[in-house]
Ligand binder design. Structure first.
Ligand code: NAP
Length: 119
């Protein structure tokens, strides 16, 4: 697909790329366009590792990296940002995919209603 040429050589960050979700399928689709690197961010390595394995198996030239990220905590977000800064020089494409919805009333670590504070 000609559109995929736009991602060739790019560095991509996708939040919420757990196996089976839209973020994971987005990562796999974009990997076909030969980006240099895809950073897959989320709370759970076990949920993201299968996606990394699928990308590495099908597109071995595409670098992949798990970034621990909990969007329900401003402190954790800053830690993830520092991690990203250490891992890559810049991000060309950011896909803010992660979100929660229709959850029980709760607050984040920062005292914000959880759906608003996380998504
Ligand atoms: N599916 C639909 O019909 C639909 C419709 C409209 C909009 N959307 C939006 O499209 C996006 C993807 O949807 P989806 O169906 O793939 O949803 P999903 O399977 O629930 O995926 C949500 C992703 O967000 C991650 N996430 C949840 N809490 C997080 C946190 N605190 N910090 C970081 N990441 C967190 C999840 O990680 P864990 O798996 O580790 O929890 C998961 O990877 C979401 O933003 C959703 O609201 C979906």
């Amino acid at each position: 697909m000609p559109e995929l040429q736009k991602v060739k050589g790019r560095t991509i960050l996708i939040t919420g790329s757990s196996d089976g979700g839209i973020g994971a399928e987005t990562a796999l689709s974009l990997a076909a366009g030969s980006p240099t690197c895809i950073l897959l961010a989320g709370p759970s390595l076990p949920k993201i590792q299968p996606v990394i394995d699928r990308i590495s198996g099908a597109y071995p030239d595409v670098e992949t990296q798990f970034i621990p990220l909990d969007l329900s905590s401003q402190h954790a977000i800053r830690e993830a940002a520092a991690d990203i800064n250490k891992t890559v020089q810049s991000i060309d494409i950011l896909i803010n995919n992660a979100a929660i919805m229709a959850c029980l009333l709760a607050k984040t670590a920062d005292g914000i209603e959880s759906q608003f504070g996380t998504s």
